[in-house]
Ligand binder design. Structure first.
Ligand SMILES: *[C@@H]1O[C@H](CO)[C@@H](O)[C@H](O)[C@H]1NC(C)=O
Length: 357
């Protein structure tokens, strides 16, 4: 009773604090069966395969016989049950909901994307052979960060596809605490040349409008030149030099110029720029180029999808990586070195579209 009264008294305070503490587009809140609340980050819909190639290998709880179908399409009670049991079984990172009510996890939670993105999830749960994956780590803390987008608008990208890049950028920007103290956002777009979209800003509405206003121009794909431009005109002149620096490169094509040295120069600037490469395309050389651009380990920094329409569904995973790395950096001063250097990227079998430029 007393604690309830305290809660009521604190209500106005919490109401003020909580919107600040969460509400990102990738977060949902569930109630666990011990009565506590848990924020989950939606990581997205990923393929699974039969034994011995299961992505998340442990069916730690099966809720299929307890699904209350009268609540469909609201599957929150299933997601809550999987989250409750994950906590009980000490799976504190990721779990997946498969076949409407199976709860899967793994001691090596990075396996969740071993088989790439899937499209057959519905209402927050996987159907046959797909996991809808959640992260238990919850809200990303407010980060002092310069978050910079480098967006390809070369000739191979039509307006619908360019809109997919914009939606991705807006949703990822919105995932963080945008303010003078915390995250600032800038965008550069490139084709044969690189140009400012806008320099570092910290008003989310202004940022979203500025992203919407980025022009789709067309031309070649000079990623190397664009990386150098971004280093010189954004990172080197940023008002805040000692905050986390993140560059997210969005592209659909192979660069016409070399990316190796320009990308290394960006990554090694100052205290370091963490570089993510998000690519839509096919072919080993395309993936190899994303790996050259991105920070190591590639499996955490390269996000490779088959279709433009899938890009937006990777924002939860990218947000999760940006937050994870911050925790590592602040706790240990560097990334944990023991992560395997395997390139894990999302499904990339494209038969007919081939290489884009
Ligand atoms: C752009 O290309 C996609 C296929 O990648 C197609 O579905 C879409 O209709 C095209 N949009 C425009 C405006 O041409």
């Amino acid at each position: 009773m007393i604690s309830k009264l305290i809660l009521i008294a604190l209500g106005p305070v919490l109401a003020f604090v909580l919107p600040f503490a969460h509400g990102g587009p990738n977060d949902i809140e569930v109630q666990l069966d011990d009565g506590t609340k848990q924020i989950l980050k939606k990581i997205g819909c990923y393929k699974d395969k039969p034994f011995p190639n299961r992505a998340l290998r442990d069916l730690y709880h099966n809720h299929r016989w307890d699904i209350d179908w009268s609540q469909w399409p609201d599957m929150t009670h299933v997601i809550s049950a999987c989250a409750s049991w994950a906590k009980r079984k000490n799976y504190n990172d990721k779990f997946g909901v498969q076949f409407y009510g199976e709860c899967w996890a793994d001691a090596d939670s990075s396996r969740f994307n071993d088989h790439g993105l899937a499209t057959n999830c519905i209402n927050g749960v996987g159907e046959h052979w797909s996991n809808f994956v959640y992260s238990m780590k919850g809200v990303c803390p407010p980060l002092k960060m310069n978050l910079v987008f480098l967006i390809d608008n070369s000739g191979s990208i039509n307006d619908t596809e360019f809109d997919n890049f914009k939606e991705f950028a807006k949703k990822l920007a919105e995932s963080f605490t945008i303010s003078a103290t915390y995250t600032h956002v800038a965008a550069v777009y490139f084709n044969t040349l690189a140009n400012f979209g806008f320099n570092l800003k910290y008003d989310i509405n202004v940022i979203k409008t500025a992203i919407d206003n980025l022009p789709n121009i067309g031309g070649g794909t000079h990623i190397g030149k664009a990386l150098t431009y971004t280093l010189d005109n954004v990172f080197k002149v940023a008002p805040r030099q000692n905050v986390k620096n993140v560059l997210v490169v969005l592209t659909d094509g192979k660069s016409h110029d070399s990316v190796t040295l320009p990308a290394a120069a960006v990554r090694n600037y100052g205290p370091g720029v963490e570089v993510f490469a998000v690519g839509v395309g096919a072919g080993d050389s395309f993936v190899a180029q994303l790996n050259v651009i991105a920070s190591d380990p590639d499996e955490d920094h390269v996000f490779h999808v088959e279709h433009f329409s899938q890009i937006e569904s990777t924002t939860g995973a990218v947000e999760d990586e940006i937050c994870k790395d911050t925790v590592h950096r602040t706790q240990e001063g560097h990334r944990t070195p023991d992560i395997e250097h395997r390139t894990k990227y999302f499904e990339h079998r494209i038969s007919d579209t081939g290489q884009r430029t």
